[in-house]
Design a protein around this ligand. Structure first.
Ligand SMILES: [Zn+2]
Length: 425
């Protein structure tokens, strides 16, 4: 099939006005000017997307789709600890049906907004079925928590069983499985160490929230602050279980053996220069979630420094417990304003595509429109494109409503004007 459009953004190479690509068996086999492709591949069926912008499918590098139904139900703009306690409270009253409905809504929303690959953290396993039914690509990370050292064996056994179940249910899909130790403050030090051992033994990818809030830095370094006095007592823990020695959260993870090139660290708002160097040295990748950080008032991630250090950085929305949409277009637009001239529109679009793919270890198969890669792509109807900076035009105007097509592995899974080609039920 030949797909052509007014503008093609391959990401790994310059924009092509009046461009297109050729897809065979789910693989991109050529990218170039539309007239040349139509001439060279004369027998291929041709679909012209008209005045659209065609680019790689977006990669949402951090979600909790089970929590999609929490939009507007948690106190934002107070403090991280208050928000976390409210989340624990609210979550304990929700049932499997809520999580399943939430995850289904989340998966649909992603595809309709141009996301074709996702790094999703699951507590209850509810996101597997809708992501599989949607045909999305991604990694589903099984969450594990446990601040009490006497919970180590029980929590680890449960996580290992949950991983086996996820592996069974993701068979015959584009989804793979990983482990999500929740955060340095919500797992005891012995559990962090055992998670690292499990990950090495099973050779699995992992993701973890780290250096998200000033409260976390105070708790890990000094054993003090609202996490020590409010959050952990709310789950029955009354003293730190980690060695309190002035370490940063990143340094604690390193000592626990968790930093590796299979780890995706989320947030890193309070990662200092030494932390970023350590992350780079260990090959850790990052998912940055600017709007979630803003809503929880935890600070601003050092994105320009991360990019300057050539870390692999993707963009995530986090859950709707701390954000108002799952749109990476909204996320990019917010980040563009937040960082001013320090991060360009092109850098943000690259983060939301190739950067996210690289952060998930998938840059060899997706993330750019490059011959040989799988055909994960999206197209948007944009009125005015400034050829001098098409990326800025895209950020100015793109929204979920502009998305006219999303395809994964060469299959068109969403096309506007048509009914969804899949169903959650
Ligand atoms: Zn999160």
């Amino acid at each position: 099939m030949i797909l052509t459009a007014r503008l093609v953004l391959p990401i790994s190479s310059p924009p092509i006005v009046d461009g297109g690509l050729v897809i065979r068996d789910g693989t991109i086999c050529a990218v170039g000017k539309a007239p040349e492709l139509i001439r060279d591949f004369a027998t291929e069926p041709h679909d012209d997307l008209g005045n659209a912008v065609l680019l790689p499918g977006l990669v949402n590098a951090h979600t909790h789709l089970e929590l999609t139904g929490l939009r507007g139900r948690l106190p934002l703009g107070k403090s991280f600890t208050e928000w976390a306690i409210a989340l624990l409270d609210l979550r304990s009253g929700l049932d499997d049906e809520f999580f399943a409905t939430s995850a289904c809504l989340g998966a649909t929303t992603l595809l309709r907004s141009g996301v074709t690959c996702v790094a999703d953290v699951t507590t209850y396993g509810s996101s597997v079925a809708p992501l599989k039914a949607a045909g999305l690509r991604g990694v589903i990370f099984q969450e594990i928590l446990g601040p009490n050292p006497d919970q180590v064996t029980e929590r680890l056994d449960a996580a290992e069983k949950a991983l086996q179940s996820l592996q069974l249910h993701t068979r015959d899909s584009l989804l793979s499985v990983g482990l999500a130790p929740h955060a340095p403050y919500s797992l005891s030090e012995p559990l962090l160490v055992r998670c690292a051992e499990l990950l090495r033994r099973l050779r699995l990818p992992a993701t973890i929230h780290v250096a998200e809030s000033p409260e976390e830095v105070t708790y890990i370094g000094l054993g003090l602050g609202p996490i020590a006095t409010k959050l952990l007592p709310a789950v029955g823990r009354h003293s730190p279980s980690h060695r309190v020695c002035g370490e940063s959260p990143v340094a604690l993870l390193d000592r626990a053996g968790l930093l590796s090139d299979r780890l995706l660290a989320v947030h890193a708002v309070h990662a200092g220069m030494a932390d970023l160097q350590l992350l780079k040295q260990r090959g850790v990748s990052l998912a940055i979630c600017p709007r979630s950080n803003h809503h929880l008032m935890v600070g601003t991630a050092p994105l320009p420094r991360c990019l300057a250090a050539s870390l692999r950085v993707g963009l995530g929305t986090d859950s709707l417990g701390s954000n108002d949409t799952l749109s990476l277009w909204d996320e990019m637009r917010f980040a563009h304003r937040l960082y001013g001239g320090a991060v360009t529109a092109q850098q943000l679009v690259t983060m939301a595509t190739l950067g996210g793919a690289a952060a998930l270890g998938m840059a060899g198969i997706i993330g750019s429109l490059t011959p040989g890669k799988r055909a994960d792509l999206t197209a948007l109807a944009i009125d005015r494109v400034d050829d001098a900076d098409p990326y800025a035009s895209l950020l100015d105007q793109a929204s979920d409503d502009s998305v006219v097509l999303s395809a994964v592995d060469g299959k068109i899974l969403y096309q506007r004007e048509e009914a969804m080609r899949w169903n959650c039920h």
